[in-house]
Write a protein that binds this ligand. Structure first.
Ligand code: GLN
Length: 493
C-alpha cells in the first residue's frame, strides 16, 4: 500500500481524502480491512458473513467512480452492516437459526442508500437473536468477544458491529437500537454510537423486532464519522410510513461539513433519577461535566419522575410488538422449517420451537400474554399510558434544557455468562437507554473514561429531531477529550 498507510482507526474524512488524492485505492483499503478480519475475527466472532468477493467488486467500482470525479465522501469507504438489514443476494440471519439460510430478495433502504453513495460492504455483523439482548450471548452464531477483554461481552444487541469497529475490523458500522442496542454496546466497546430520532431513518428492510421503537443508527470512533454516515442514511422513504418527511438540511450535508462545536454552548439537564446510587462511572461523568462546563455548557438539575417505570413499560411493549412481528415465522414461506411435519399444527410448532432461541421465546410468551384477552388492559394499555408519561417528562424537561446528560449503562462490560441466567438483571442493563427509546428521542453514547481498564460511556439525549445539537455538542466534547482515540491493545492499528 502506498504511504502513508491508513490505519485501522483513521477517521472517515481522512480515508476519503486519501482516496481522492490517490494515496490509496478503495481496493487497497478494502483489502486492509478484510485482512484484519481474517487475522482477528476468530477471537471475536463479530462477523456472521464476510462478503469478500462482493466487497472487492464494490471497491473496484468505487475506484472507477473516484477516477471519474463522481465520488461522495463515502465512495470507496469500507463499512459493515448489522445482520438485520436485508441485503439482496447476501444472507440476513438476524442472529437466529430461524433465518440462518435466509437471503432477502431486496436491500434495506439503509443498505441501498449507502451502496448508492459508494460505500463498500465488508460483511454482516453478529447480534443477539432478533436484536433481543444486551450482551450478544443470544446469537445462534455464538457470542461476540469485547475487544477490550474478549472474556467480556461487547454489549448488545448490536455487539458484532461494536466489536468490529472497536477492533478496527471496519471503520464504521450500522446498528439498530430498540431500547439501547447501539448506545450500550458503544459504551462497552469505547465507541461513539447514535440512535437517531424515531422516524429519522427508514426502517424498510430492517427485520422487525418492535416496530414502534426500532431505529437504525451508526457506530464510529468520533461524531464526524457518525454524521457522515447519517447524512446518507437519513431522510424520507415512501416505503416506511413512519419515516419523517421533514428534511434536515444540516444533517444532509454533514458528510461534507463535519459537525463543529455549537455556536452557543447548550444548557444540559442532569436527571437526578439517573444518578442516584450510581457507582461505577460516577467520577468519569463528573469529569465529563467539568470538561463541558469549561467549554461553556451550563448544567441544570432536572427530574424525569417516571423513569423507574421505563423498564417494565418497555419490556411489555417491545414483547407485545415482537410477538406479533415474529408470528410471520411459521415454517411456510421462509425461515427454518422442521423435517417431516405431520400436519400444519406440527409444522408451526416444531419449526418455531427449533428456529427460535430461549430469549426470543420468552419475549413471544410474555408479549402474547400482555396482549391476550383479559390482560390487555392491565398490561399493554397500562404500558402505553406509562410510555406517554415518560415522553411527557422529557417534553417538560426540554422546555428548560437543550440536552440531557446521563450514564449510558449502569457499569462496564460484564464477563460472559454473568447475567445469562438472570433475565431481569439483563433487562436492568437498559435502565438508562430505554426511556429515550420509549419517547422516540435521539440519543448518543460517547466514550468518557475507563474503569478497571474497560471503557465507560456517557449518554446525551436530545429533543425530537435534535441530532444537530447532539452531534455538535459531541464534537465539542471530543475536541477537548481523547477517550475516543484510545484503542484496545490486542488489535494494533
Ligand atoms: N436490550 C434491549 C432488549 O433486549 C434492547 C435491544 C435493542 O435495542 N434491540 O430488548
Amino acid at each position: 500500500m502506498s504511504t502513508p498507510e491508513p490505519t485501522a482507526f483513521t477517521p472517515l474524512a481522512a480515508l476519503a481524502r486519501g482516496l481522492r488524492e490517490r494515496r490509496w485505492s478503495s481496493r487497497e483499503l478494502t483489502r486492509h480491512f478484510l485482512d484484519r478480519i481474517a487475522r482477528h475475527d476468530g477471537a471475536l466472532r463479530s462477523f456472521i458473513t464476510v462478503t469478500e468477493e462482493r466487497a472487492l467488486a464494490q471497491a473496484d467500482a468505487a475506484d472507477r467512480r473516484l477516477a471519474a470525479g463522481a465520488a461522495t465522501p463515502l465512495t470507496g469507504i469500507p463499512i459493515a452492516h448489522k445482520d438485520l438489514f436485508c441485503t439482496d443476494g447476501v444472507l440476513t440471519t438476524c442472529g437466529s437459526r430461524m433465518l440462518a439460510n435466509f437471503t432477502a430478495p431486496y436491500d434495506a433502504t439503509v443498505v441501498a442508500r449507502l451502496d448508492a453513495a459508494g460505500a463498500v460492504t465488508l460483511g454482516k455483523t453478529n447480534m443477539d437473536e432478533f436484536a433481543m439482548g444486551s450482551s450478544n450471548e443470544n446469537s445462534w452464531f455464538g457470542p461476540v468477544g469485547n475487544p477490550w477483554d474478549p472474556t467480556r461481552v461487547p454489549g448488545g444487541s448490536s455487539g458484532g458491529s461494536a466489536a468490529a469497529v472497536a477492533a478496527g475490523l471496519a471503520p464504521v458500522a450500522t446498528g439498530t437500537d430498540t431500547g439501547g442496542s447501539i448506545r450500550q454496546p458503544a459504551a462497552f466497546c469505547g465507541l461513539a454510537g447514535i440512535k437517531p430520532t424515531y422516524g429519522r431513518v427508514s426502517r424498510y428492510g430492517m427485520v422487525a423486532f418492535a416496530s414502534s421503537l426500532d431505529q437504525a443508527g451508526v457506530f464510529g470512533h468520533d461524531v464526524a464519522d457518525l454524521a457522515a454516515m447519517l447524512a446518507f442514511m437519513c431522510g424520507h422513504d415512501p416505503l416506511d410510513s413512519t419515516s419523517s418527511d421533514v428534511p434536515d438540511p444540516w444533517l444532509m450535508q454533514a458528510a461534507d461539513t463535519p459537525p463543529a462545536a455549537p455556536a452557543r454552548a447548550p444548557v444540559i439537564g442532569l436527571p437526578r433519577e439517573y444518578f442516584s446510587g450510581l457507582g461505577t462511572g460516577a467520577d468519569a461523568l463528573d469529569a465529563a461535566r467539568r470538561v463541558l462546563e469549561a467549554a461553556g455548557c451550563r448544567f441544570r438539575d432536572i427530574s424525569l419522575p417516571h423513569s423507574p417505570m421505563a423498564i417494565p413499560a418497555y419490556y411489555i411493549i417491545a414483547g407485545a410488538e415482537a410477538s406479533t412481528n415474529l408470528s410471520r415465522y411459521d415454517g411456510v414461506r421462509f425461515g427454518h422449517r422442521c423435517e417431516n411435519p405431520q400436519n400444519l399444527e406440527d409444522l408451526y410448532r416444531r419449526s418455531r420451537t427449533e428456529g427460535f432461541g430461549m430469549e426470543v421465546k420468552r419475549r413471544i410468551l410474555t408479549g402474547t400474554y400482555a396482549l391476550s384477552v383479559g390482560y390487555f388492559d392491565a398490561y399493554y394499555v397500562k404500558a402505553q399510558q406509562l410510555r406517554r408519561l415518560i415522553q411527557n417528562d422529557f417534553l417538560a424537561a426540554f422546555a428548560d434544557v437543550d440536552l440531557i446528560l446521563t450514564p449510558t449503562a449502569p457499569g462496564v462490560a460484564f464477563p460472559r455468562g454473568d447475567l445469562a441466567d438472570d433475565p431481569i438483571a439483563m433487562y436492568q442493563q437498559d435502565i438508562f437507554t430505554v426511556p429515550a427509546s420509549l419517547a422516540g428521542l435521539p440519543a448518543m453514547s460517547l466514550p468518557c473514561g475507563f474503569h478497571a481498564g474497560l471503557p465507560l460511556g456517557l449518554q446525551l439525549i436530545g429533543p425530537h429531531f435534535g441530532e444537530r445539537a447532539l452531534l455538535e455538542t459531541g464534537a465539542l466534547f471530543q475536541r477537548d477529550t481523547d477517550w475516543h482515540r484510545r484503542h484496545p491493545e490486542g488489535f494494533p492499528a
